[in-house]
Design a protein around this ligand. Structure first.
Ligand SMILES: [Zn+2]
Length: 242
């Protein structure tokens, strides 16, 4: 009897173990999202990380020392290894921490080629806004629309979403059902279009063709303010008609 019980137990364990392993295998690959809000402009910095503890940092806006420490603390406490540094666009509030992140974790900066003039102007813009900072000065890797970048095995599609800025891109993680959109689309609003290189019509077209074509339940993580969804913005955003 004892032998039989042991045998049944081991069969059950084997079956459960096997199905758990299958579940784990079949589980969709997903990135988790951490938001940290930094600098006087209250910019959202995003850390996207996977189960293997690899992560990418999008738009590090950390300006003050305590903000750089907060970002570092999160990464250390979660045991993450940053593998990718991305900018949706290069307005100053999104690039303050590029140099720090690059030097801390040995990363090269990635953004769209059309954003280079904005990137070059950022320190001057910092002087104008009384927020001087040292711009990133390492190698720049240009990323093209309709390609992908990876955080380990997890893929981010590059959507070209200009208008607020000439080379704005959004990072779409299909499996996770979210998009990191920078300053293109906000909860009930859209990005400013009164800045150099901005264009209102282009912005609306970007939202209509690149973002409103995503599944309705896609979560939008914006460069400022709370998250929203494509469905909510389609129904309520007063700046964009379908
Ligand atoms: Zn911006």
């Amino acid at each position: 009897m004892k032998y039989l019980c042991l045998k049944i137990n081991s069969i059950i364990n084997f079956v459960i173990g096997k199905s758990l392993a299958q579940l784990k295998y079949k589980k969709p690959i997903m990135l988790r999202v951490k938001v940290l809000t930094f600098n006087p402009v209250q910019e959202n910095t995003y850390v996207l990380y996977n189960e293997e503890r690899q992560c990418c940092i999008v738009d590090p806006g950390c300006y003050f020392e305590n903000e750089k420490e907060e970002l570092t603390k999160f990464i250390m406490e979660e045991g993450l290894q940053p593998t990718l540094l991305l900018n949706t666009h290069c307005h100053l509030d999104h690039v303050f921490g590029n140099k720090y992140v690059s030097e801390k974790w040995g990363l090269s900066l990635h953004f769209h080629e059309k954003e280079k003039p904005v990137f070059d102007f950022a320190p001057q813009s910092g002087e104008m806004w009384q927020m001087p900072f040292e711009n990133y000065n390492g190698p720049i890797i240009y990323i093209k629309e309709n390609t992908t970048v990876n955080v380990g095995k997890d893929e981010l599609e590059i959507l070209f979403t200009p208008g607020h800025s000439p080379g704005s891109i959004s990072f779409y993680h299909k499996e996770g059902g979210f998009v990191i959109g920078g300053d293109v689309l906000f909860y009930g609003s859209v990005g400013r279009t009164d800045l150099p290189g901005s264009d209102a019509q282009t912005l609306v077209r970007s939202i209509q063709t690149q973002l409103f074509t995503l599944p309705n339940d896609t979560i939008v993580y914006s460069g400022h303010g709370p998250t929203t969804t494509i469905e909510f913005e389609k129904a309520n955003n007063p700046f964009v008609k379908l």
